[in-house]
Design a binder for this molecule. Structure first.
Ligand SMILES: Nc1nc2c(ncn2[C@@H]2O[C@H](COP(=O)(O)OP(=O)(O)OP(=O)(O)O)[C@@H](O)[C@H]2O)c(=O)[nH]1
Ligand SMILES: [Mg+2]
Length: 324
């Protein structure tokens, strides 16, 4: 191999290691609870008894995986215990890990950036879920991939929201379309899409105001934003990403269901997984909604958004990368 390719390969390996480290550090709280919780059940002997099954059921429920996923795991453990008398921690861990990976394995995580010019990505969610921060991180990610990115300040309810997005645009080194005088999002969204076309952008990221899923007029406004976009590009938005706060666990399911009533959601972004021990709740959310998790937020910095990787996720939840 030539020197150049060797160097490239080395860079790639370093990048992979960095990603492993981010997953590991970002999910450490969840891992501590999940792994320690599971291990502690084995202190009292490993025989699968009624008591043990009850303990494990309690552990799974407390992990906020959602009832369906808990039942799936319990069934698998029962089936395994019929074949083998003594199940060890590793057996249970493998059963759970395998099921988690299975749930995610057929998800289409692609974002159709190369197929659309520009690819319009609408970002929605309830108040404080992490939309604006995530847009900044996404902008940086796509720019790093050599894409020309434009951000649109579609949250016109607070001047502070526009200023916050402006700071993220600067950090990410991308352009922003904003209007501090705007009273409603439709005008600025229209301008943003036009600018995306005239500036030859690869990606247009649209920030929106946080909206509680039970506020009807705000949900209708979302529909209006979509129609404005479609006036210019009928096939857009090409992605509508719903940002969910990972620390609220299964409650996200209701939020997501309400959003899907107004607009099809093509992907989920689960944020704040670094600050919570409820990292496992993503599994239940994914299972209940059948919408792929495309990215996860593992911190507040620009580089703390990761493309969701089921294998890395499961590994980071159970083991941590150093030990393997
Ligand atoms: N620890 C951590 N904090 C995050 C993450 N993503 C967002 N936050 C924080 O969550 C808070 C809310 O983030 P915003 O991006 O302002 O949320 P938003 O959805 O735009 O909020 P509204 O526009 O008010 O609806 C901020 O303090 C962010 O720094 C994450 O992945 N990890
Ligand atoms: Mg915001």
């Amino acid at each position: 191999m030539g020197l150049f390719r060797k160097k490239k390969k080395e860079e790639q390996i370093q990048q992979e290691i960095k990603t492993d480290e981010r997953y590991e550090a970002g999910l450490s709280k969840s891992r501590n609870r999940f792994k320690e919780g599971l291990l502690s059940l084995f202190g009292r002997g490993m025989k699968i008894s009624d008591n043990f099954m009850e303990d494990i059921e309690a552990f799974l429920y407390e992990s906020d995986l959602g009832a369906d996923v808990c039942d799936m795991i319990l069934e698998k453990i029962e089936a395994a215990s019929r074949k083998k008398d003594l199940l060890a921690y590793e057996d249970i861990r493998d059963i759970i890990a395998e099921l988690f990976e299975d749930l995610f394995k057929d998800d289409d995580l692609s974002i159709p950036i190369d197929e659309n010019h520009p690819c319009v990505i609408l970002v929605v969610g309830v108040n404080g879920a992490g939309k604006t921060t995530t847009i900044g991180k996404l902008a940086s990610l796509y720019r790093g991939e050599g894409k020309k990115v434009l951000i649109v300040a579609g949250d016109t309810y607070r001047a502070a929201a526009i200023e916050q997005l402006d700071i993220w645009a600067e950090r990410a080194g991308v352009d922003i379309i904003k209007n501090l005088e705007a009273k409603a999002p439709s005008g600025i969204v229209y301008d943003g899409i036009q600018a995306g076309l005239s500036r030859n952008s690869d990606v247009v990221l649209i920030d929106t105001a946080g909206r509680l899923h039970n506020k009807v007029h705000l949900m209708e406004e979302l529909d209006k934003i979509k129609r404005v976009i479609q006036k210019i590009i009928p096939a857009a938005p090409h992605e509508t990403l719903l940002v969910l706060d990972g620390s609220i666990g299964q409650n996200s399911v209701v939020q997501a269901q309400e959003f899907t009533k107004v607009t099809p959601i093509t992907g989920l972004i689960v944020t704040k997984l670094d600050g919570t021990a409820k990292g496992g709740s993503m599994i239940g959310i994914r299972q209940k909604l059948s919408i792929p998790v495309k990215y996860i937020g593992l911190g507040e910095k620009l580089e703390d958004l990761q493309v969701f990787d089921p294998v890395r996720y499961v590994h980071a939840m159970f083991e941590g990368f150093e030990e393997s």
